[in-house]
Design a protein around this ligand. Structure first.
Ligand code: ADP
Length: 275
C-alpha cells in the first residue's frame, strides 16, 4: 500500500514535470516564431527602399558622371550591393532555420545548369585573371530529378568564393558520376581553387554564421560570413554533406555528393537495362 502511494506520488510529479516541459517548449517555439517573423518583416522592409537606392545609383552611373561623382556613386553601389546580399542571406538563413524551405523537385539538365553557372561567372573570373574551368563526367545522365535552384545556390556561393579568394590562379567545377543504380544517380561535385587557402583551425568554423577566416582576410576581401552557412544547410537539406580541405597559400577544395532520380526523359533515351 505504501509503495502504491509512493508510486502515485512520483507519477504525479512526473506528470507535472512533463507539463512544465511542454509549457517551456511551447514558449520557446513561440519566441522562435516571433523572432523569425520579426527578422523576415525587417528584412523585407529594408529591401524595398534599398531597391530604390540601388536602382537610382545604377541610373546615375549610366549618366556618365564626373570623376568625383563617379567615385561617390561607385562607393554607393558597393554599399548597396553589400546590404542587398546581406539582407538576402539573412532572409535565406531565416527561412531555412524556421523550416520554411522545401525541396522543389523538377526534371533538369545538370550539364546545362553547370555550363550556365560557368558562363554567368566568366566576367568575375576575368577580373582576378583566373583560369576558370568546368569538367563534367560524360557518364552523368542529362536529365535528373532534383532541386536545381538549391543546387545552383550551393555551387554559385562556392564558386563566387573561389573566384574571390584566388588571383592569377585556377578555379574549377568538377562533376563526376559516383554511382548509378537505376533509377538513382549519385553525383559528386568538387569546387577547387588555388587561392589563399583557409587555416586548419578555421576549417570547421568557416561554416558558422558571421564567421570569417581572419580579421586581415575580412578587411581585405569583405563579405558577410553567411555564404558558407547557407551552403552547409542547403547541402544537408538535399541529403548531402559539405566537405572542405584546404592548405594556406595553396588553395581549397569544397566537395559534396548528392543523389538524384533519373528523369523519365532520360529513361526514354536510355531505358533501364533488362536482365
Ligand atoms: P564571406 O561572405 O565572408 O565570403 P562565407 O561564409 O562565404 O562568407 O565564407 C566565410 C569565410 O571563409 C570567408 O570570409 C573566408 O575567410 C573563408 N573562405 C571561404 N571560401 C574560401 C575560399 N575558396 N578560399 C579561401 N577562403 C575562403
Amino acid at each position: 500500500y505504501k509503495n502504491n502511494i509512493i508510486r502515485n506520488q512520483s507519477n504525479l510529479l512526473l506528470r507535472e514535470k512533463n507539463k512544465e516541459l511542454e509549457i517551456a517548449k511551447d514558449k520557446a517555439e513561440k519566441a522562435s516564431r516571433a523572432r523569425s517573423e520579426f527578422l523576415s518583416t525587417v528584412s523585407h522592409e529594408l529591401r524595398t527602399p534599398l531597391n530604390a537606392i540601388n536602382g537610382i545609383t545604377h541610373l546615375l552611373l549610366e549618366e556618365k558622371p564626373k570623376k568625383t561623382q563617379m567615385d561617390y556613386l561607385s562607393s554607393l553601389k558597393f554599399s548597396g550591393d553589400y546590404l542587398t546580399k546581406f539582407i538576402n542571406e539573412i532572409l535565406e538563413i531565416n527561412k531555412i532555420e524556421s523550416h520554411n524551405i522545401e525541396i522543389e523537385y523538377t526534371s533538369f539538365n545538370v550539364k546545362q545548369l553547370l555550363t550556365d553557372i560557368q558562363n554567368s561567372l566568366k566576367e568575375l573570373a576575368f577580373v582576378n585573371n583566373n583560369n576558370f574551368t568546368l569538367e563534367i563526367d560524360p557518364a552523368i545522365p542529362d536529365y535528373l530529378i532534383g532541386d536545381p535552384t538549391k543546387l545552383s545556390q550551393i555551387i554559385l556561393n562556392l564558386i563566387n568564393n573561389a573566384l574571390k579568394f584566388t588571383k592569377n590562379g585556377d578555379v574549377s567545377i568538377i562533376a563526376k558520376l559516383e554511382t548509378l543504380e537505376h533509377p538513382t544517380a549519385t553525383l559528386y561535385f568538387e569546387i577547387t581553387d588555388t587561392g589563399i587557402g583557409i587555416p586548419e583551425d578555421k576549417l570547421v568554423s568557416v561554416f558558422d554564421s558571421f564567421s570569417q577566416g581572419s580579421i586581415e582576410v575580412n578587411r581585405k576581401y569583405g563579405g558577410t560570413g553567411l555564404g558558407l552557412t547557407i551552403v552547409k544547410k542547403l547541402t544537408q537539406i538535399l541529403g548531402g554533406q559539405i566537405e572542405l580541405s584546404s592548405v594556406v597559400g595553396q588553395g581549397s577544395t569544397f566537395s559534396f555528393a548528392l543523389a538524384f532520380k533519373i528523369s523519365e526523359e532520360q529513361l526514354a533515351i536510355e531505358p533501364t537495362p533488362k536482365i
